[in-house]
Design a protein around this ligand. Structure first.
Ligand SMILES: Cc1ncc(COP(=O)(O)O)c(C=O)c1O
Length: 397
């Protein structure tokens, strides 16, 4: 029996909830193995440090059994916070209380929505922006503004115009290998934006999910590291893309004045992040040479990206994109087709990627798709692009 929607009681905020087409696509591709998916942001299974994870799991059960099987500190396992502080952050004068471990960085986006946003909040987002941030923030009903992106970061003139015209409370951005545009902000733009945000007193939510996925091993400094006003600065990081998303572990640097609220909201969400997986991660990081591990991922993804470019040049010379400096995606413009028709016909041929308008506040006519290159092997990638090209050429001829 179907649900009678007219009788369904729902809170008002549910009218602004956005669904995720990526999750829907993932469900279909998991059910039907003939699908070739360029849709997810999944790490390549060959890069997961499985043996070391097994060892870390055994150590956890041998040496930390009782604490691993208990509730833990709502801000996260202390030893793990201390490894994050030493290895993954570039901010000065941080202490362990500034770091809160979350259930993936996605949880932090929801906590920040609850903490900072309501109908009177003005939030600035890059155009395009991460779909998961739109999903997390939308139920809190902030007023959203979008900012054009150039290859090396935001359009600064536009940013200054928006800041001087509208009171912007928060700016959410993803400055390294942005999901989905793949653009990476230059150091100069990071500095200029930090200074503008200081001048206008804007809260920065800096999402660094892909920070360590540069193809040549460069690590760009955070925008936060150039800010004077760290009281208005949240920095999010994640183990999902560099270790494994299965752990569901991320972290957030929370300014002092917000810590009490952030922790209380987290407690209302889940009391604490998975204690077991935090302790396994702590052992894993102690045994893993993280620099060697990151270098391996960077080399692998660079090769995968080059293979995708080779296949696109061979089968789909009509498309255009910027060659990214890192990350997991190409952001590809397909001329002469409509997003809906192309997507529908690709599904019939069992190949999928994510339509670009999913990542925008306001749809545009040009047709972009986000194509993931980290997950499929070379043969499947070529077959997927061959199928895609046959659909594309059927439509345009
Ligand atoms: C930009 C960005 N931020 C945050 C996330 C959430 O990642 P997780 O919750 O796995 O840390 C993702 C996941 O794809 C992402 O692309």
């Amino acid at each position: 029996m179907g649900t009678n929607l007219t009788n369904l009681f729902l809170a008002k905020r549910t009218k602004s909830i956005r669904t995720s087409i990526i999750r829907e696509i993932l469900k279909i591709t998991v059910k039907d193995s003939e699908f070739l998916s360029f849709a997810g942001g999944l790490p390549n299974p060959n890069l997961l440090p499985s043996e070391l994870i097994q060892l870390a799991t055994e150590k956890t059960m041998s040496f930390n059994r009782s604490e691993a099987l208990q509730y833990g500190d709502s801000n996260g396992y202390r030893n793990l916070r201390s490894q994050i502080l030493e290895r993954f952050l570039d901010l000065k004068d941080l202490d362990l209380d500034s770091i809160c471990i979350t259930h993936g960085s996605q949880q932090s986006l929801d906590i920040l929505g609850k903490l900072l946003m309501d109908e009177e909040t003005n939030v600035l987002l890059e155009d395009p922006t991460y779909l998961g941030a739109l999903q997390a923030f939308s139920p809190y009903e902030p007023k959203m503004f979008s900012l054009s992106l150039e290859a090396d970061g935001p359009d600064l003139l536009e940013l200054e115009t928006i800041l001087s015209k509208d009171k912007i409370h928060c700016f959410y951005c993803n400055p390294s290998y942005q999901n989905p545009s793949t653009n990476t902000w230059s150091i100069a733009k990071r500095k200029q934006v930090a200074s503008l945000l200081d001048e206008y007193g804007v809260i920065l939510i800096e999402d660094e999910a892909y920070k360590y996925l540069d193809f040549s091993g460069e690590v760009f400094p955070s925008i936060a590291s150039f800010r004077k006003n760290l009281d208005l600065t949240f920095v999010l990081g994640s183990f999902s893309k560099i270790i494994s998303p299965g752990f569901r572990l991320g972290w957030t640097v929370v300014p002092k004045s917000y810590q009490k609220y952030f922790t209380a909201i987290k407690q209302g969400n889940d009391l604490n992040s998975n204690q077991y997986s935090q302790i396994v991660m702590d052992h894993l990081l102690s045994n893993l040479n993280i620099d060697t591990h990151l270098a391996k991922i960077q080399m692998y993804y660079r090769k995968q990206k080059e293979h995708m470019r080779f296949c696109l040049a061979k089968y789909l010379p009509e498309v255009t994109y910027h060659d990214p400096l890192g990350g997991m995606f190409l952001w590809v413009n397909f001329p002469f087709v409509s997003e809906g028709e192309f997507m529908e016909k690709m599904m019939e041929k069992k190949v999928v990627m994510v339509p670009g308008n999913e990542f925008r506040l306001f749809g545009i006519e040009s047709v972009f798709f986000r194509m993931n290159f980290s997950f499929l092997g070379e043969v499947e990638m070529e077959e997927g692009i061959r199928r895609m090209a046959s659909v594309y050429h059927d439509i345009i001829t």
